[in-house]
Write a protein that binds this ligand. Structure first.
Ligand code: PLP
Length: 380
């Protein structure tokens, strides 16, 4: 356990700081301040403005998708994304229990029910094999889609998440879901800039969602983006997140019950400044990951690195410790020394509101839950 003291001094030296070292702090090294002041000078601080349009264009370019829609946060983006692919009250959605609670809340907001399937131990994201096993046992294709033979409910979406920016086996997931007529929504909240087989994450599924919360790799203060290659769905996303107002010179005509999930221009201005620095952030994070990898390999500690065929954005870096006892000791020692570290999330079926939901064996999720710890990962 001596390596923990050495880890603490390594992190202090690497971040060149004797003070508290957070898990992930934003870095404003570009045009952020200038763009923010522009919004004030122009009075366009609120729900429309040039930075919203520019942000959407930048996101289309970065994710190589046809349409990006700025939204108020990633959670709202996920809620709408599920609605866009046809999730309705009483439906079931395939997803992972090893995730941040927003993934599952977005399912619940639609009145749908999560089905918790296991993750792969290497990607930490939804396992294609677990999906296949589940659907072989419970799936049935009918005229209106895939149904769960046991509950009689429709399975109307699959929602995998790219954990900490490490891509899931998204192509395998897409292939299985295509066979079963299930649309895929990617929770790419953590994986801006990550690639699977040289293609950016978020653009694989029917719809993908990003977060620009303050702790993510690029931030708008609070915010999110919905991306898709389906022009129709993209327009629908914009419509649904902007109160479904019919375009008219002066009349207020709203066509359905929709949302005010707009990203204000002031937030989009910040995001534009941040996106200009994305390549720099990715490069700095890769160099930090390399330093960690070298340090931990010398200590016999498993530092998680990107897998073959993928490029990770290294949003939050992590180590896999021996067991739960070791994990708890590591968390205690580092946090007491002013180095912020955090365990991976509590599995979703252990939370009171989701404890009755279906789950499969969860062998890998349980394994990771007891061992994975995030370590300081800021751009420096
Ligand atoms: C951050 C995050 C979200 C939600 O994003 P917000 O912008 O904070 O609403 C959703 N899913 C995952 C996996 C996240 O990490």
């Amino acid at each position: 356990m001596n390596y923990i003291r050495e880890t603490i001094s390594f992190i202090r030296n690497t971040f060149d700081s004797r003070d508290f070292i957070p898990l992930h702090e934003p870095c404003f090294a570009g045009n952020e301040k200038k763009y923010l002041l522009n919004t004030i000078d122009s009075t366009f601080v609120s729900s429309v403005g040039a930075y919203v349009d520019e942000f959407e264009e930048k996101m289309q370019y970065i994710t190589q998708t046809k349409k990006a829609v700025a939204v108020v946060n990633g959670t709202a983006g996920l809620q709408v994304a599920l609605q866009l692919v046809g999730v309705e009250r009483g439906d079931e959605v395939l997803t992972q229990a090893l995730t941040f609670v927003a993934t599952i809340n977005a399912i619940a907001y639609n009145g749908a029910i999560p089905l918790f399937l296991d993750v792969d131990s290497d990607t930490m994201g939804l396992s294609p094999k677990a999906i296949k096993n589940f659907l072989n046992e419970f799936g049935e294709i009918r005229e209106s889609g895939c149904f769960n033979k046991k509950t009689g409910n429709r399975i109307s979406a699959c929602l995998p998440m790219h954990t900490f920016g490490f891509p899931v086996r998204i192509e395998e997931i897409l292939e299985i879901c295509k066979y079963w007529h299930i649309p895929v929504v990617e929770d790419a909240a953590e994986s801006l800039g990550s690639e699977y087989r040289t293609r950016p994450t978020g653009g694989f599924g029917t719809v993908g969602v990003f977060s620009f919360n303050g702790n993510k790799i690029a931030t708008s203060g609070g915010g999110g983006a919905i991306v898709t290659n389906d022009q129709n769905l993209g327009e629908k996303a914009k419509h649904l997140t902007t109160t479904a107002k019919k375009p008219h010179v002066y009349e207020y005509i709203h066509e359905e019950i929709a949302y005010n999930f707009r990203m204000p221009n002031i937030n989009a201005a910040l995001a534009c400044g941040q996106l200009e620095k994305l390549d720099f952030f990715l490069e700095r994070k890769r160099s930090l990951a390399k330093l960690y990898a070298e340090f931990f390999s010398g200590k016999g500690v498993h530092f998680r690195q990107e897998l073959n065929d993928t490029r990770a954005n290294y949003w939050l870096m992590c180590v896999e410790l021996e067991d739960e006892k070791e994990k708890n000791f590591f968390l205690k020692e580092t946090n007491e020394s002013g180095i912020m570290t955090r365990p991976i999330w509590r599995l979703m079926y252990k939370l009171p509101m989701y404890k009755e939901c279906f789950r499969d064996s969860q062998t890998n999720a349980e394994y990771l839950e007891s061992r994975i710890v995030n370590i300081p990962s800021s751009v420096r």
